[in-house]
Design a protein around this ligand. Structure first.
Ligand SMILES: Nc1ncnc2c1ncn2[C@@H]1O[C@H](COP(=O)(O)OP(=O)(O)OP(=O)(O)O)[C@@H](O)[C@H]1O
Length: 273
């Protein structure tokens, strides 16, 4: 199912955060949102998953306007794994994953045997079933990330929205999670900091800078050394990975522009001064 954002603008306390952002995420593909800190990646994702209502523009999942459909319908359309999701830490891991079934249940309806089977499958697929009776609060950061992905899977929605999904994960767990996300073949929009992950895993990327999309398309066409110098202030080269033979981004150390210089022109930095 396609995700389309058209002319999305967001201002908070009078400051522009997103300025007429338009984005199309193709069905079954992974679309990466990349850009410097504060460029608007999480805000755009929050517009897509109904936390921040844009002052202008529209967000469609398939033919449904995310901001017009009932919350239950939105829950059937997209699953979210994000940093800002409040969870009661007293819940067990299984309870948290079972919450993914709520958009499919009627008010006060109990979990069906089909729901239980879907939860079991999600726990097993993410390899976290051993922790199902543990309290969520007792898990490590990486284990929590996996539980949140299992909950998203249990939601069985065609669209997956991910905000920094590899946060807290060690390198092996990062690659395992990204491989799994790719295997799911859902329409996925993911905010990513690791640009080489974006090159390796995304079918398309949108590069944000100061609330605008400055380039979008195939990762190798968007993440050119010139653009990375301009937007991130770093020296980079697109090489060929010696193990996979695929494009691979590398960065030169000790050559980045200081952040005071990089952000000097930004609206947000100016406001903070
Ligand atoms: N509730 C808010 N009130 C004021 N400013 C906000 C609010 N939410 C976001 N912003 C500002 O909007 C800008 C974009 O923030 P956002 O979190 O979308 O960026 P990001 O690209 O996800 O950043 P990061 O890579 O650091 O996570 C930042 O300057 C941030 O300070």
């Amino acid at each position: 199912m396609r995700v389309t954002a058209t002319g999305v603008s967001v201002s908070i306390d009078g400051a522009p955060i997103l300025d007429e952002v338009s984005l199309t995420a193709a069905p079954g593909c992974i679309t990466g949102l990349v850009g410097p800190n504060g460029s608007g990646k999480s805000t755009l994702l929050r517009c897509l998953y109904r936390i921040i209502r844009p002052q202008q523009g529209a967000v469609l999942i398939g033919d449904d306007d995310v901001w017009q459909v009932p919350a239950r319908r939105a829950g059937q359309l997209r699953a979210v794994m994000a940093q800002d999701q409040e969870l009661d830490n007293d819940y067990s891991v299984r309870d948290i994953v079972a919450m993914g079934r709520i958009p499919h249940q009627r008010l006060l309806e109990r979990e069906s045997s089909a729901d239980r089977a879907i939860v079991d499958e999600a726990l097993a697929r993410i390899g976290i079933e051993w922790a199902q009776d543990r309290r969520f609060a007792t898990l490590s950061g990486g284990e929590r990330q996996r539980v949140l992905l299992a909950r998203a899977l249990a939601q069985d929605a065609p669209v997956l929205l991910l905000d920094e999904p590899t946060n807290h994960l060690d390198v092996g767990a990062q690659l395992e999670l990204l491989d799994l996300i790719r295997e799911l073949r859902l329409t996925t929009v993911a905010a990513l900091h690791d640009l080489d992950h974006a090159v390796a895993y995304c079918d398309a990327v949108a590069l944000l800078d100061q609330g605008r999309i400055v380039a979008a398309g195939e990762p190798v066409a968007v993440l050119t050394p010139e653009r990375l110098a301009e937007v991130f202030g770093v020296r980079a080269a697109m090489t060929t990975h010696s193990l996979t033979g695929r494009p691979h981004l590398v960065f030169a150390t000790g050559t980045s522009r200081p952040s005071s210089e990089r952000y000097a022109h930004s609206e947000h930095a100016n406001r903070a001064q």
